[in-house]
Design a protein around this ligand. Structure first.
Ligand SMILES: O=C(O)c1ccccc1NCC(=O)[C@H](O)[C@H](O)COP(=O)(O)O
Length: 261
């Protein structure tokens, strides 16, 4: 059993429990459920940096990254740094995140927020909307083509944008559909945790230009971004590189200053 299999098995149990705790109808009555979302696609298209900065306390590949930050300050810092969007990991068991982190980020900044989660149920999309997300992640490695279509259409009906994540050509082929807004290539092999930007470079030409292309994971230098841009990438998801420092916002600011020199 891979770590991804374990995460998904746990997620099914967790979602069943959460559904009983807060029924869908209650989520739909929340104030944020009525909120007009902000488009990450538009922000990326009009951006000079393309950075989507992540709040990430720990991960299966790196264990603890940073548990001392306050998510309010991180969100504010990222916004002041000039990032395009913020990704908030909401999985508790493997990443130390929560929906309260998403809510805290929402209350602290106006950036488009990505709920970074392992989506396997409509209920999680209702949660995403009612806790302030603008975008949701769907991971092709754990979903069938039918599920990708269903979840992406469900998300779009809620006004959420959809970032579909792939690791290889097979996943890409089953994922190309009009209800997807952004196509992300994850440079981290989720079975071995090896990171290689070559994954993005290899898949770039196979992604139709109607999608905004996002390169995810293992990005730690300005030169890497400059190179990925030549392959058509407009978005760059960065977590650990900012979160491992003493001040994630300051680190993002310095990074963007170098990038836009
Ligand atoms: O980061 C992990 O170890 C991981 C393991 C299993 C599934 C997902 C995982 N990460 C989620 C992400 O996609 C990253 O947090 C995101 O792309 C940022 O990556 P990085 O800049 O390398 O922190």
């Amino acid at each position: 059993m891979t770590i991804l299999d374990k995460i998904i098995a746990d997620k099914y149990l967790e979602v069943q429990f959460r559904k009983r705790l807060i029924p869908s109808v209650q989520l739909e009555k929340s104030v944020l459920f009525e909120r007009n979302t902000v488009s990450l696609v538009n922000c990326l298209k009009n951006s000079t940096s393309g950075i989507i900065a992540e709040h990430k306390r720990r991960s299966p590949s790196k264990s603890i990254i940073n548990t001392s930050f306050n998510v309010f300050d991180v969100a504010k810092g990222y916004e002041e740094a000039g990032v395009c969007g913020m990704s908030v990991l909401t999985d508790g068991k493997y990443f130390g995140g929560s929906l309260d982190d998403l809510l805290a980020a929402r209350s602290s900044c106006n950036l488009p927020l990505l709920r970074k989660e392992f989506i396997i149920d409509d209920y999680q999309l209702l949660e995403a909307k009612s806790y302030g997300a603008d975008v949701v992640l769907l991971i092709a490695a754990v979903l069938s083509q039918k599920e990708i279509k269903h979840f992406s259409e469900f998300a779009k009906n809620l006004g959420l944008e959809v970032l579909l994540e792939v690791h290889n050509e097979e996943e890409l082929e089953k994922s190309i559909m009009p209800s997807i807004d952004l196509l992300g290539v994850n440079n981290r092999n989720l079975k071995t945790f090896e990171v290689s930007l070559d994954t993005s470079k290899k898949l770039a030409t196979k992604i139709p230009n109607d999608f905004v292309k996002v390169s995810e994971s293992g990005i730690s230098s300005v030169s890497a971004i400059k190179e990925l841009r030549t392959y058509g990438f407009e978005g760059f998801l960065i977590g650990e590189n900012f979160m491992k420092t003493e001040d994630a916002g300051k680190s993002a600011k310095e990074f963007i200053q170098q990038l836009t020199l």
